[in-house]
Design a protein around this ligand. Sequence first.
Ligand SMILES: Cc1cc2nc3c(=O)[nH]c(=O)nc-3n(C[C@H](O)[C@H](O)[C@H](O)COP(=O)(O)O)c2cc1C
Length: 348
Amino acid sequence: MRLPFGLDQLEDRAREHLSRGAQGYFSDAAYSDAAGLFTTARENEAAWQHWYLRPRVLVDVSEIRTETSILGTPTRMPILAAPCAYNAFAHPDAELAVARATAGVGAIHVVSTAASKPPEEIARAAAADRWFQLYSDIDAGKTDERLRMAEDVGFKAVVLTVDAPVGAPRYHGYPEQGFGPVATANVLDPGLEWGEVERIAKQTDLPLVLKGILHPADAILAVAHGVAGVVVSNHGGRQLDGAIPTAFALPPIVGAVDGQIEVYVDGGVRSARDVMRALALGARAVLIGRPYLWALAIAGEEGVRELFGRLCDELRNAMMLTGQVDVASIDRDIVVPRPGSSYASPER
Ligand SMILES: Cc1cc2nc3c(=O)[nH]c(=O)nc-3n(C[C@H](O)[C@H](O)[C@H](O)COP(=O)(O)O)c2cc1C
């Protein structure tokens, strides 16, 4: 075991392996000040705990399935590696280590437009089905080049990030310009709107997922625009600070899309119980960000492999303890809001 016994110790342990700049960059949230008031980033983690698990018992749980498919991509677990820029800040093997580790455990890796390593090299690192996260560029030609690359390299889906028409002020550990192959901070597209989503969808045969949806009305528009899935996300609290935590944004969005497209969620998922909560609230899968960056910093490829392996083992355990046998059909009524929570069932 290379990671700390308790996965809640990951961030502390990772600090021993990271420069101050890298620590700042990974843990940073929008507008975070010296006092560390990372509001949305912190609330993301806390909000999952507002959902109590209400287990079923006396169910035969001797056979458990964590395998599922996500947009047709088979996966051994409903946990994806979220697209995170500049993995080289954590470890010199960067995204190559993440690619090998996720391929080894059968989890889907969503590769960032702003990865430290070129996508072709990441794809060569390990044979696996993976997705590409797209930042649309002010220059549509560049966006299209990225799309063609994603197809040529063999990515299985395109995840367009829609919560970053501009970067939010972040005060810690910005990567130096030119650290990765693509500098996004000054090329994000403030003109990004539904017309561009349609244009992008026409440019590619790959399924298109929108990442950064928090409002049910936008989820309904996503369905109307032929999108294949949405990621309920506030960018891990790195964009609009004060944004609704994703554990609370998820249920009304699941209700709004009513099974027409797949819904995923990220932000503050820190344990297999959080994964259970997300699935029970209607997510098809979750993405995790910072935890795998910390695991990468602590022990490279092995660390990331261990993290996903442990989360999957713990998920299997949580399924057994809640009387759930198939990850693709977790009962909705095994989560209930804490008494007094205003996010109670009517919207669900
Ligand atoms: C260091 C870092 C870099 C990120 N880079 C990207 C990126 O390039 N593209 C993107 O869509 N999201 C990016 N994100 C957001 C993640 O994809 C994800 O939404 C978020 O990390 C989930 O929250 P969590 O870190 O609490 O798990 C980044 C997050 C972190 C922590």
